[in-house]
Write a protein of this length. Structure first.
Lengths: 114, 112
């Protein structure tokens, strides 16, 4: 199956700093990538839909100025958590969508904001 | 708004048992339904995808069924093994934009 990678796999940062998470589709081109957030014991919640070459579409309640998404190429999307606070601590997962409309998920990035 | 429910939240069974995991969704106008496996602290692994026109899909010891009209899907695991211990997530795509709506998952523990 198609492979999606994320970097870093985990990050610890101080409150107020910004963190960038990369999502790469390694063996397919993903015109659309999705960013999810998962809190402990909870389901994955879609944060935004990222389309290559255009602005991301954010779900209701997700601050676009806080969670900056860039999808500069068909294989790379980045999520930047700006001015991170402890409540932003979560597990962030991306997925890339193939031409066949199947989504493949990355391994996730665990963010801990102190 | 589509809602996906998975009950119970956790399940513990002895090794070798056949088991069924349930998933229900409120809006029957789905494009497809997917079952995923998530190991602790890890990403998602797709297990089975059922198109809206299909009734079931099989892969090895796994069989997933779909009843769109009643808004239900089941994941059948035959001859369970300790290695099957994980959280199983059900997700549906309702709109043309391929947005997945996830259930909270069922955490399965298979006892040796």
């Amino acid at each position: 199956g198609a492979v999606v990678s994320q970097h870093p796999s985990w990050v610890i940062c101080k409150s107020g700093t910004s963190v960038k998470i990369e999502c790469r589709s390694l063996d397919f081109q993903a015109t659309t990538m999705f960013w999810y957030r998962q809190f402990p014991k909870q389901s994955l919640m879609l944060m935004a839909t990222s389309n290559e070459g255009s602005k991301a579409t954010y779900e209701q309640g997700v601050e676009k100025d806080k969670f900056l998404i860039n999808h500069a190429s068909l294989t790379l999307s980045t999520l930047t958590v700006t001015s991170a606070h402890p409540e932003d601590s979560s597990f962030y997962i991306c997925s890339g969508r193939t031409i066949q409309e199947t989504q493949y998920f990355g391994p996730g990035t665990r963010l801990l904001v102190l | 708004k589509q809602e996906v429910t998975q009950i119970p939240a956790a399940l513990s069974v002895p090794e070798g048992e056949n088991l069924v995991l349930n998933c229900s969704f409120t809006d029957s106008a789905i494009y497809n339904l997917q079952w995923f496996r998530q190991d602790p602290g890890k990403g998602l692994t797709s297990l089975l995808l059922i198109q809206s026109s299909q009734r079931e899909q099989t892969s090895g010891r796994l069989n997933a069924s779909l009843d769109k009209s009643s808004g239900r899907s089941t994941l059948y695991i035959a001859a369970s093994q300790p290695g099957d211990s994980a959280t199983y997530l059900c997700a549906v795509i309702t709109g043309a934009n391929s947005k997945l709506t996830f259930g909270k998952g069922i955490t399965l523990s298979v006892r040796p």
